[in-house]
Design a binder for this molecule. Structure first.
Ligand code: ADP
Length: 444
């Protein structure tokens, strides 16, 4: 098959010339020109049809190289092209299937359960770990909707939202086993569901949480007793002056320890219980902020100017004690960490996305960018000495962060050194409620 494309037509040209020549010859001998040309052309067409039929039956039999029709010219070339295309496609198929095998091998040996779902959440494929971790059996479960196999509301919500997200659930087959389930939408009709066993991590976390809760609880009673005795000693007029300073200092430290323990207990309460959505009440945040501001104002020796801009018609659904704690912490911090007499803006309003936002913006020293992401960590303080002097526990923002997460919201912190800080507690749209409209803007 080394002839150029042009030469392949050469036998065909010769054949055609032969047809014409036969027509001329037949016409010259018989005197019937038209008929002899028609007969010659018919013979040629029959021959072409025969060649086509040969090619067709060869292709129908699988187009094997060992059974190629005995051809020359353009027919040989067509056969060659067909064989070549077939060969390329076989190579491609082999490459794809080896790639697929390797890919399946990798996914199969992953320590995570991996399930491939289609657009209707029906199981298309699952790896080996899925049978042990999720008790999936591909033979019987292929084509089944995953929601029908796992009646777990959290998982149903995850599938409904169809966004890349991770949730933690207890295994429906064994509550002792904790699973982290991640959904990865790939295409419209293709998504991956990955499940990991996180029982050990959860168990360690539980141990840590329980330890902190138990230790705080155990320390609370003796500390209350010590604080009580110190108070009695301090009130005793017969107490010598040499001891008074020591008793005052011990009393101050014990009250600091009591604050820390109370905050630790609050944190562990928040960590150990889920927000009960059926017990949420409608909260008038503007009213709470008004009360907090007047309380702070009466205690604030440094007379900060609290400028309030509160939307009284904007309410949220939530736990009132927790929301009060968020507002109190942010207002208190602004007063605690800004110089005397400076302005503090306190805003409660709805943003463009329909989220309810509580903002406290101060004109204090601000916080360096390297500290911002750590502020919600327990006991993280930019200036330890200053926080202690101001009576801080280092747990306030950690509590705020937890409460916001429980309410589906987030805490957003912006700050610039020398310019001040803005703390915004943002509540999602589905937690907001509108009542009769009334907006207040006051300076205290
Ligand atoms: P603390 O009890 O120490 O106030 P928080 O968790 O409430 O603990 O705050 C953590 C740290 O964040 C504080 O120690 C302080 O350094 C910093 N911080 C919080 N609010 C402000 C603010 N408005 N301006 C400057 N720094 C702040």
């Amino acid at each position: 098959m080394t002839q150029s494309g042009q030469n392949y037509w050469s036998p065909e040209r010769w054949r055609f010339l032969l047809v014409v020549f036969s027509g001329v010859l037949g016409g010259a001998i018989s005197g019937y020109w038209q008929a002899s040309f028609i007969v010659a052309l018919l013979v040629y067409i029959v021959w072409l049809l025969y060649k086509l039929q040969q090619l067709h039956s060869w292709l129908e039999q699988g187009g094997k190289i060992t059974h190629t029709p005995d051809n020359n010219g353009i027919w040989e070339r067509i056969t060659y092209h067909i064989l070549n295309t077939k060969k390329q496609s076989t190579i491609r198929k082999q490459r794809m299937s080896s790639l697929l095998k390797r890919f399946q091998g990798i996914i199969t040996s992953l320590p995570y359960a991996t399930v491939v779902l289609n657009g209707k959440n029906e199981i298309d494929w699952a790896n080996k770990t899925s049978s042990s971790l999720l008790r999936l059996n591909l033979k019987t479960d292929r084509g089944q909707r995953i929601e029908n196999l796992f009646r777990v509301p959290k998982l149903h919500k995850l599938l409904e939202k169809n966004k890349q997200k991770e949730i933690e659930i207890s295994s429906p087959y064994n509550p002792q086993i904790k699973l982290a389930i991640q959904l990865i939408p790939i295409e419209k009709d293709l998504k991956l569901l990955i499940a990991r066993d996180i029982s050990e991590r959860v168990h360690l976390q539980e141990m840590r949480k329980n330890f902190i809760a138990n230790a705080s609880h155990e320390l609370r009673t003796p500390l209350t007793v010590i604080a009580g005795y110190l108070e009695i000693m301090h009130a005793d007029e017969a107490l010598p002056d040499s001891l008074r300073i020591a008793v005052e200092s011990a009393s101050e430290q014990s009250s600091r320890m009591q604050d820390i323990i109370e905050d630790l207990l609050t944190l562990s309460r928040l960590e150990n219980s889920e927000l009960n959505e059926n017990r949420l009440t409608e909260i008038n945040v503007a009213q709470i902020v008004e009360t907090l501001c007047s309380n702070e104002q009466s205690l604030d020796e440094n007379a900060h100017k609290l400028i309030k801009q509160l939307d009284h018609s904007l309410m949220i659904k939530g736990n009132e004690l927790e929301i009060t704690s968020v507002c109190a912490n942010l207002i208190h911090n602004a007063i605690r960490y800004t110089p005397a007499g400076t302005k503090i803006n306190i805003i409660w309003r709805e943003n463009r996305q329909g989220e309810a936002v509580f903002t406290v913006a101060d004109k204090g020293e601000g916080i360096g960018p390297e500290h911002i992401s750590h502020l919600t960590e327990r006991f993280y303080r930019v200036d330890k000495g200053r926080s202690r002097d101001a009576g801080g526990t280092g747990l306030g923002l950690a509590i705020v962060q937890h409460i916001m997460q429980r309410h589906g919201g987030r805490l957003y912190i912006q700050s610039r050194l020398g310019q001040g800080s803005t703390f915004s507690a943002i509540f999602p749209q589905n937690f907001t409620v509108r009542r009769s409209s009334k907006e207040s803007s006051t300076v205290a």
